[in-house]
Design a binder for this molecule. Structure first.
Ligand SMILES: [Zn+2]
Ligand SMILES: [Zn+2]
Length: 468
């Protein structure tokens, strides 16, 4: 099965699908609202309901998670399960009914491991969950599967053809994991024995089913190999519990792997499940921002720039001082060359950016100057802040133009000395022009004799005198 990706972000796996629009979206384009998880997300284009694809495209391939399966088997539930098998092999009397009950519990437990893993649950089920009536029916279904497999091999052996016998043995061995997966998912013998249903599992995984099968085969052999290696010298009374313990542990690991394979191929198998460790949803404000940005981007990539602007304008009605939304709105207006609207928006955006992110304000001002060569903010403080940011970034001429005639443009501004001291630094350090810098300093000294900045003015004057 091929992974599908977000239509607008080819590196992001798809998690949602809109049938009418024929579009796949990733989480990138469909943020979720953590404050209202009951709200179903809608298509950015048609506002219709989206179909959830689950983790079908985001799940990590099972062969990259092998260590996780071994760790899975080390949780309290699986360890209790292995210990129970171990104790039973030591102390349980040879009553057939008792052993039957044990097999029922074991089957039920292993089946619930497959089931949980297939839903993306990373926590192993507790052993106590295995003690219910369902275990018996599952156990006899499993027995039927093994009996049918055995019968097929037995029949094949009857034909007196070695090739046929090996083909049947191999075929049965290949099919058993898929059949067990089907039993865990559907709980019916019909599905577990139906060639169509079992084939669907294999088809969903494709050739990767062989990887799964190879891993399962190795795991299945593992307890036997370990016991074989220990067998020399150890008495049976020690060997049996070790074998039972290993069998319990490796069975859980195998089942966790089979379950995860279903989780990974859920899309192709017709299931929908989410990884329970994935973060879901953003708090209200962040959600609205992300939603507006994503919707606008989708619209823009569809060539619907007017709608993109509308989406952002609507979001700005709710959150007029959201820097990120304002920035995007500005970029969009500037990119679309919407001169009048962009300049109108700058009157709001530039003061906001100057306050929150001067670097962004510098960009905005340089854009504004491209639209209108003599653009100036209508607020003295914004002029000063942007000028400072421009001077820091060696945009000296633009920076100085912000401060030109500030005392005439804003006679009531209380920080003229500070702004002109900044301008004097700009002239002297940025342009190497001592004379205009000295003029500004003299102006401060005469006009604002009470200014607390006079010390600094004197220092700069002394430096300039040396230079001159
Ligand atoms: Zn996307
Ligand atoms: Zn749609």
């Amino acid at each position: 099965m091929e992974i599908t990706h977000c239509r607008y972000h080819p590196a992001q796996p798809a998690t949602w699908h809109c049938s009418p629009c024929q579009r796949d979206y990733g989480d990138c384009c469909v943020p979720l609202n953590a404050d209202a998880p009951e709200l179903e997300p809608t298509c950015p284009l048609c506002a219709g309901k989206l179909r959830f694809l689950g983790a079908a495209n985001t799940a990590q391939p099972f062969w990259q998670r092998i260590p996780t399966f071994f760790r899975y088997g080390l949780q309290a539930g699986p360890l209790a399960f292995a210990a129970a098998l171990c104790l039973a092999s030591l102390f349980m009397p040879a009553w057939k009914l008792l052993w039957l009950a044990l097999f029922c519990v074991a089957t039920k437990y292993l089946q619930s491991v497959i089931e949980n893993s297939s839903q993306g649950v990373r926590e192993a089920p507790r052993l106590t969950e295995a003690f219910d009536g369902e275990g018996f029916s599952l156990f006899w279904r499993l027995l039927v599967i093994f009996f049918v497999s055995f019968a097929v091999v037995w029949l094949a052996a009857d034909f007196d053809s070695e090739a046929l016998f090996w083909a049947a043995t191999l075929g049965v061995q290949l099919l058993i994991p898929a059949s067990i997966i089907r039993l865990a998912l559907d709980k019916t013998l019909g599905a577990a024995l139906s060639p169509d249903e079992v084939g669907a599992v294999i088809k969903a995984m494709g050739w990767r089913y062989l990887i799964l099968w190879a891993f399962l085969f190795i795991l299945w052999q593992s307890p036997g190999v370990v016991v074989y290696m220990l067998a020399s010298g150890l008495p049976k009374v020690v060997l049996m519990p070790i074998a039972a313990l290993l069998f319990g542990y490796f069975s859980v690991v195998m089942c966790a792997m089979m379950g995860y394979a279903v989780f990974q191929y859920q899309g192709a198998l017709g299931y929908v499940a989410v990884d329970d460790e994935e973060p879901r949803g953003y708090p209200g404000e962040e959600y609205r921002r992300r939603r507006a940005l994503a919707d606008a981007e989708v619209r823009l990539k569809e060539g619907q720039s007017a709608q993109a602007l509308e989406v952002l304008a609507k979001a700005l009605d709710v959150a007029p001082n959201d820097l990120k939304l304002n920035e995007r709105f500005h970029q969009l207006l500037f990119g679309l060359n919407a001169r009048e609207r962009c300049l109108r928006h700058l009157a709001h955006y530039l003061p906001l950016a100057a306050r929150l992110n001067p670097a962004q304000a510098v960009f905005a001002l340089l854009n504004a100057r491209q639209l209108q060569a003599n653009y100036l903010p209508e607020d003295a403080q914004v002029c000063e802040r942007v000028a400072e940011a421009l001077l820091e970034r060696h945009k000296t001429r633009e920076g100085l133009s912000m401060l030109r005639n500030l005392h005439q443009r804003f006679p009531d501004y209380p920080h003229i000395p500070r702004a002109y001291l900044l301008a004097a630094h700009g002239f002297a350090e940025g342009l190497g022009q001592v004379e205009p810098a000295q003029k500004l300093l003299t102006f401060i000294r005469i006009r604002y004799p009470q200014s607390p900045l006079l010390d600094e003015v004197a220092r700069l004057e002394a430096t300039l005198a040396k230079l001159a």
